[in-house]
Design a protein around this ligand. Structure first.
Ligand SMILES: Nc1ncnc2c1ncn2[C@@H]1O[C@H](COP(=O)(O)OP(=O)(O)OP(=O)(O)O)[C@@H](O)[C@H]1O
Length: 246
């Protein structure tokens, strides 16, 4: 469904992604993990066409995203921090986004209702709490029934009930055949929601396989302990690489 081919990205001298090759398939959910600043959001933004890589290409449904804007209408994106015009009301924001995708008439309003946003449609965005803004972002990501859902730290700031609502929705959409890509630092959440782990470290893909394989490889039953083991190994590798330069 999405192929990341030999993608490299530098910001000035900082090499954030070095020759990334990744495949994302329909009906699966992928956990994108790595330390702060390891390039998770950059990779997501490259897939969304919001950041241009220095080299490589991304194919969505077999078609390059270069010079192609159509593919984006088939991706639901929930950003880490949703930025919206201050004075716009929730309802106006939803209508505006719907007007921007005139070809889609069948909206998924499940999260709007589940989060109770339908009862506060007249509230201006600048008056909303952080968690409510996050609910608006989630509702927008799922609203257009996109086949691909890219969720950057989706549950940050949500209350426990809203977290459960969102998790239920993510699982439901995955089971209906959609591709889900999630970044999060909340490991329990990733264990529950994803089948496949991608661990980025020092600009490279350090691990890319199923969560079952991750647990087998590390000999750890618990996902969080398996990830801790992976982090240990990546730090050891870094130390070894640094020594080899001496
Ligand atoms: N527009 C930019 N200009 C310069 N440097 C950037 C830019 N965007 C990201 N970076 C740098 O690229 C690196 C990777 O950032 P990115 O946001 O992709 O990391 P991340 O893995 O998503 O981090 P976190 O877990 O903290 O969200 C960081 O060092 C960041 O400062």
């Amino acid at each position: 469904m999405i192929s990341v081919r030999n993608i490299s990205k530098k910001f000035g001298k900082l090499e954030v992604l070095k020759s990334f090759d990744l495949e994302f398939e329909a009906g699966k959910s992928y956990a994108l993990m790595g330390p702060n600043g390891s390039g998770k959001t950059t990779l997501i933004k490259i897939i969304l066409g919001m950041v241009i890589p220095n080299s490589g290409d991304v194919l969505v449904h077999g078609k390059s995203i270069q010079g192609n804007f159509e593919y984006r209408s088939n991706i639901g994106y929930m950003p880490q921090i949703g930025r919206y015009p201050d004075n716009i009301q929730i309802g106006q924001l939803f209508s505006m986004m719907q007007d921007m995708r005139p070809s889609i008439k069948d909206y998924d309003l499940e999260l709007i209702e589940a989060f109770g946003l339908d009862k506060i449609m007249a509230k201006p965005m600048h008056t909303l709490s952080g968690g409510t803004r996050q609910k608006v972002s989630a509702a927008l990501a799922f609203m257009f029934g996109a086949d691909i859902l890219v969720l950057d730290e989706p549950t940050v700031g949500l209350d426990p009930m809203a977290v459960e609502t969102l998790k239920h929705k993510i699982k439901k959409e995955r089971d209906s055949g959609k591709l889900i890509l999630i970044t999060s630092h909340i490991l329990s959440e990733l264990d529950e929601l994803t089948d496949h782990a991608i661990y980025i470290n020092e600009g490279e893909v350090f691990f890319n396989d199923t969560i079952t394989c991750l647990k087998d490889m590390t000999g750890e039953e618990k996902f969080s302990t398996a990830i801790a083991r992976l982090m240990e190994w990546s730090l050891k590798k870094k130390k070894k690489n640094n020594l080899s330069h001496v």
